[in-house]
Design a protein around this ligand. Structure first.
Ligand code: NAD
Length: 405
């Protein structure tokens, strides 16, 4: 059978993709400086509730933010600004993955707190739009997805640096059915993209006195792209002789994370997009499920903070949205406060979340009516934050009695 026509179309498609990626490399080369939040007034925090359980848990997280930032909001140092247009209902109506007005409004903010956004998939009731999350990460160049996972009683203290703008996802909806029988997707790794994420991971380790960074790839099989990521990680590691560097294949790393003896040794883990997506969900399970974990999407100019989970439409369909755990969005707020330089406020919020969600657990969220509602959990967090014994209570659970304030 002659496939010349199909191959020519595929070549054209591939050439267009390569042009886009080469343009992106030029943009990365011309990258601007990091935002300096100490010089920005007011720091505008854009808040988008998302859809599904998103608006429920975002509302609760904002209640905590409003209390903890009361002084900064009053004095005009911080502004909370709601952003509309991003729910799946609104995106479907506009037939846009990311409506222009919403993107323009996001770009007026310095940092963004975002609830989960449904990504339509073939066969469900929504038009098959591109993922709003992926396009937001691309549009705002949020290249680092940072996800901490901590389980103090098991000795787990990991922070994942997942590359967010390349890998298998950047061209995820631009794959090609070359013929009826041949489907091809593309994976992209650039020198610039790999270097900036690896460097950010090492800088974090250095700033926080952490002496180990581990890279995860599948460079033994995916030789070209993962091979490049690993080569660059090794080169950058050479600039940080005080930090131990090792590399793992993603399959064995997935196993090591459940190995109770070995897993305590990992601290900072840097990895390409898809492996990061999978391993961080696995890791979050040790902490009490995806409802307890937040994540940061960091770029030089913008940064966006969110829960690691999705919009849990089934919880909404079953009338259980009010039982969704808002701790994930609150953990995202902690990362956001730290990112904009409000570490004292971040520490207080984190201590309250540790006490309420991990140590004391006076009330429990199960996601069902046999547990607390998100609003009840939030009341507990608010009461804990404003209680003068916050630090003592938190310290009483620390093996080392280490102070945070
Ligand atoms: P999901 O993460 O939304 O939910 C899976 C299950 O986890 C839920 O059914 C629920 O049992 C539990 N869960 C999640 N969050 C919870 C919370 N806060 N409290 C209690 N339980 C919670 O995964 P999914 O069903 O695969 O995805 C639903 C939609 O979300 C999809 O459209 C997906 O594309 C999207 N999504 C968005 C993001 C994002 O916005 N960053 C991330 C992942 C998935």
């Amino acid at each position: 059978m002659n496939h010349t026509g199909a191959i020519e179309r595929a070549k054209e498609h591939f050439a267009a993709l390569l042009n886009e990626q080469l343009k992106r490399i030029d943009q990365m080369k011309a990258e601007e400086e990091w935002a300096d939040y100490s010089r920005i007034m007011p720091i505008i925090i854009g808040v988008a509730g998302g859809d599904g359980i998103g608006p429920f848990i975002t509302k609760e997280a904002v209640r905590v933010l409003e209390q903890i930032l009361a002084e900064e909001i009053r004095s005009g140092k911080v502004e909370l600004r709601w952003i509309s247009g991003l729910s799946i209902e609104e995106r479907a109506q506009a037939m846009k993955a990311l409506p222009e007005e919403s993107l323009a409004a996001l770009k007026q903010c310095h940092v963004i707190l975002k609830g989960p956004l449904t990504t339509p998939k073939k066969g469900d009731k929504w038009p098959n739009l591109e993922s709003a999350n992926v396009s937001m990460r691309r549009e705002l160049d949020l290249f680092a997805n940072v996800r901490p996972v901590k389980v103090p009683e098991k000795g787990i203290d990991w922070i994942f640096y997942r590359e967010n703008t390349e890998g298998e996802y950047v061209l995820g909806s631009l794959g090609l059915n070359v013929t009826d029988d041949l489907a091809v997707d593309f994976k992209v790794i650039t020198s610039q993209g790999a270097e900036r994420i690896v460097r950010l991971a090492f800088e974090y380790a250095r700033k926080n006195g952490i002496n180990r960074v581990s890279a995860v790839t599948k460079a033994n099989v995916i030789k070209t792209t993962d091979g490049k990521f690993l080569d660059i990680a090794r080169r950058v590691a050479g600039e940080y002789p005080d930090i131990q560097f090792d590399d793992w294949f993603v399959d064995i790393m997935a196993a090591k994370l459940v190995d109770e003896k070995r897993r305590r040794e990992f601290r900072v883990i840097v990895l390409p997009n898809l492996y990061g997506d999978i391993l961080t969900d696995e890791a979050a399970e040790f902490q009490g499920g995806v409802g307890t974990a937040g994540s940061a999407n960091i770029g030089k100019r913008y940064a966006m903070f969110e829960a690691i989970h999705g919009s849990a439409p089934r919880m909404v369909d079953e009338g259980r949205a009010q039982y969704a755990d808002p701790a994930s969005m609150m953990r995202a707020c902690v990362m956001m406060l730290r990112h904009i330089g409000l570490s004292q406020q971040a520490n207080r919020m984190e201590m309250a979340l540790d006490i309420c969600g991990q140590f004391e657990k006076r009330i429990r969220i199960t996601g069902r009516p046999d547990g607390a509602t998100g609003a009840q959990f939030t009341d507990y967090v608010l009461e804990t934050i404003s209680n003068p014994d916050l630090l003592d209570r938190w310290q009483s659970y620390q093996p080392s009695g280490e102070a945070k304030l």
